[in-house]
Design a binder for this molecule. Sequence first.
Ligand SMILES: [Zn+2]
Length: 146
Amino acid sequence: MPKVVSRSAVSSSTDAQPTASSVAALRVYYCICGEFILVMDKSLASLPRRKTDGAVMIRCQDSELGKARVFKLNATAKDPVLLERANGYERQFKFHCPRCNLPVAYQTTPPPAKSGRVLYIIKGALSQVQGQVPPDAFEDERLAES
Ligand SMILES: [Zn+2]
């Protein structure tokens, strides 16, 4: 009778790994109300943040800085708002959660999403776990207390 191959030897095979890793590479983000908002090929935490307001910057177009991220935003576009910045005014086209209407993202060019170079995800707006408040949602309040 042939010797039984141990389970650990079988699972060390690399055959199934490409599929598993490509699924794991896609990150899904939810509004704090639980609505699905964003799916992306990279985690928000690994992307650069905007100095002005801490928003996460998602590159929408290939540039000299790198390739565009692969992502899909599920949000409703609203009328632009004008914000005063240190170096002048900035027009923001906001995207709101389709369920609770909370703003989740913005860009400085008119809709649809990805029409500009960068899409900004508002700080603390999205969570990777459905129904859980994102860890950075109360960041500023905590700093104020200490
Ligand atoms: Zn929502």
